[in-house]
Design a protein around this ligand. Structure first.
Ligand code: T46
Length: 140
């Protein structure tokens, strides 16, 4: 079972969390993740006060799970912004293409697991905020 929690600019995907002698969370491609997963990566041991991200993707869609610790992700669609704190291992934020994002406030020990719809391609990134805004305006 998956539960969707709407946010202003996106939604949180809540996956099953099974408790016995510990906790087990699982996610299944078609049931829980709204794209076919081509890549998985994880980010950890981030230094204090680091700001990661600061880019958008032209095509790649992602779901971010903070499986340990806590981070805040700032979403920006070029018109509105939203700050979402991820601190539950069974909740992932859906990150659509063309959504500017920054990850801040990494708590020590945080591990961020990311599922992506595409393999790694540096050309899929827009790292200039001005260029991102220009593309958003062009789309109107
Ligand atoms: C994103 C946020 C949530 C690779 O070689 N392969 C990969 O699959 C990835 C993701 C990164 N890299 C290289 C590219 C850079 O030389 O790893 C280095 C660090 O990547 P970056 O500075 O883009 O890391 P973040 O934390 O700013 O962003 C990452 C993802 O790159 C990005 O797609 O949406 O996490």
């Amino acid at each position: 079972m998956k539960h969707i929690i709407k946010t202003k600019l996106s939604h949180i995907i809540e996956i099953p969390q099974i408790k016995d002698e510990g906790y087990l969370c699982f996610m299944e491609g078609r049931n829980h993740i709204p794209f076919s997963i081509k890549r998985i990566y994880y980010i950890f041991d981030v230094i204090k006060n680091a700001v990661r991200g600061k880019h958008t993707h032209k095509k790649t869609k992602q779901v971010l799970f903070c499986i340990r610790g806590s981070i805040t992700i700032i979403l920006d669609n070029g018109k509105e912004k939203e700050a979402i704190t991820l601190n539950k291992p069974n909740q992932g934020i859906y990150l659509d293409a063309m959504m500017w994002h920054e990850m801040v406030a990494f708590k020590a020990g945080t591990v961020l697991l990311v599922l992506a719809s595409e393999t790694y391609d540096p050309n899929d990134y827009i790292r200039s905020y001005e260029e991102f805004l220009k593309k958003v305006r062009e789309k109107k």
